[in-house]
Unconditional design. Structure first.
Length: 268
């Protein structure tokens, strides 16, 4: 007689539970209001931004894996896996944009009830968001000098992202693995014209290029949606961290991670 191995699910197993697996006691105890008396909409504000940070964590997880899959190139890489993960990135980024709708159910008057309590904290200090920009290809070490109040561990995270390959570096490595010239911007542009005109031979390269461009476009959509939301909430007021608020955010709207892929449209 054999005894089958089995796992007892649910309460009868007295083992892992839904709440313990998700660390719900800790998670649900992470929303602490600063306003006194408590402002009703501060909980919404905290929740939305914590959810953003959770999605940023997931995006970093997916982008890192997609980059590593591309770095292996045509032979050693898993280019189909990179495509799959970038598709997931796109879906998450659309969710980020849609979440602004929830935040906009808060009126400017409701926000002003607790806004002063936030200073000098600012969304500018989101280390994970800056990591995403660095990993996407928009590396700018000057941000390390502008960050105020971040921990040594957070600074090390940013330093590491500045030092490691980006999604763009991985894509350029993929081009090279197909025998396409990639030593300069001019060579990359010429190679991409070749790819664009021979999609049968270079189908996966074209698909990855389009996936990167979609990532770039969705990041731009989020920045645009964010700045309009900020203007709707506080107009032209300065940010709580001392930034110029919407003026700074609008200055970031022209940012493009992959200008060569955008320029390709004019060259086809």
């Amino acid at each position: 007689m054999t005894v089958e191995n089995f796992v007892s699910f649910g309460e009868q197993g007295a083992q892992l539970t839904y709440g313990s697996y998700l660390r719900l006691p800790q998670l649900l105890d992470s929303q602490h209001l600063e306003s006194d008396p408590p402002a009703h909409d501060e909980l919404l504000f905290i929740t939305i931004h914590q959810v953003y940070e959770l999605w940023f964590k997931q995006l970093l997880h997916e982008v890192s894996a997609a980059r590593d899959a591309m770095l292996g190139g045509q032979e050693g890489g898993r280019l189909w896996w990179a495509q799959h993960l970038l598709t997931r990135v796109h879906v998450i980024e659309r969710t980020l944009v849609q979440q602004v709708d929830v935040l906009e159910t808060m009126t400017p008057q409701d926000f002003l009830e607790f806004r002063q309590r936030l200073a000098p904290a600012s969304g500018f200090q989101s280390v994970q968001f800056r990591e995403l920009e660095f990993m996407s290809g928009a590396k700018d070490p000057r941000y390390l000098d502008r960050f105020k109040g971040i921990t040594e561990a957070e600074r090390q995270h940013l330093d590491a992202r500045l030092a490691e390959p980006t999604l763009w570096d991985a894509f350029v490595a993929t081009l090279a693995s197909f025998g396409l010239a990639s030593g300069s911007d001019a060579e990359i542009s010429a190679s991409m014209r070749t790819v664009a005109h021979d999609r049968d031979q270079y189908a996966v390269v074209w698909a990855l290029a389009e996936a990167l461009l979609q990532h770039d476009e969705l990041a731009a959509n989020w920045r645009a949606r964010h700045v309009v939301m900020v203007e709707r909430m506080i107009g032209s007021k300065s940010g709580t961290g001392g930034s110029s608020g919407s003026t700074y955010l609008r200055s970031r709207l022209p940012v493009r991670y992959y200008p060569l892929l955008w320029d390709l449209r004019s060259e086809l």
